[in-house]
Design a binder for this molecule. Sequence first.
Ligand code: SAM
Length: 284
Amino acid sequence: MIRHKSFQPQPAHTLYFIATPIGNLQELSPRALEIMSKVDKIACEDTRVTGKLLHHFNLQKPLIPCHEHNENLASQTIIQAVLQGESIAYVSDAGYPGISDPGQRLIQLALQSDIHVVVISGPSAILNALIGSGLNTERFYFHGFLLPKEGPRLDELKDLYTRKETLIFYESPHRIDSTLKNMLEVFGNRRAVIARELTKLHEEYLRGTLQELVEIDPTSLKGEMVVLVDGNKDEMSIKLSDDELRKLVQNLTETGLSMKDAIRQVSEMTTIQKNYIYKLMHRN
Ligand code: SAM
């Protein structure tokens, strides 16, 4: 067990993790700005993006690139520099480092090296989207990006089917179309929201059902976006694995039911979409 107090009078070695704006640069907090101006160096995901942020606030600092392709090595360099007495802050391109962004490896290494970690709060696409969505904020589940390939993505969604919390996903414009279709197929026609371009000029919330969102022209869904879906409201829904679903359908067909009727019956029993079970039965 290790206890770290964030506000020791003079912590020996400190590494700051700073949340940065997700669009509107005015959302960089005064505290974030103060720390960025006083540290010796800023480690960042993309030196061009952070360079622009610093330029906007008239700051000049040496930058250390630390992104997904060099995070292991760069993290060790940063840790060594902090242990030798340099003060360093880490920022990703937008929002919180470590949230669907690099930073986690650096935090873990810092803690292992007994470095004092201080997180500086700031904007988060997750929370803006959740609050603006109008969906239930009491309990929510953040998934980040879904897998790119359709088969594994459907499996991922199916694993989330019984969750009761509001579901939150990050998505990119080139996959939004197929993601919404997959969500409709697995979750059925639940309430859902797309929150796009948050804090920017073209900020927009599209609130409706998954069926309504699927019908939107996908070319109008540009920029950065968060997809939110109502949690499962069906108290009766049963959590079954794909194998268990297959077995249920097979048992029914063995009693003489047609495949179509067996699928319909299992869908009614489990509240899992017919389409999903149909695909499952016809997958190799
Ligand atoms: N670290 C970031 C955070 O804390 O939110 C997330 C970085 S992740 C690489 C980028 C994804 O976050 C985008 O594809 C989008 O899903 C979401 N995102 C970031 N900024 C956004 C914004 N202004 N509006 C809507 N979604 C945003």
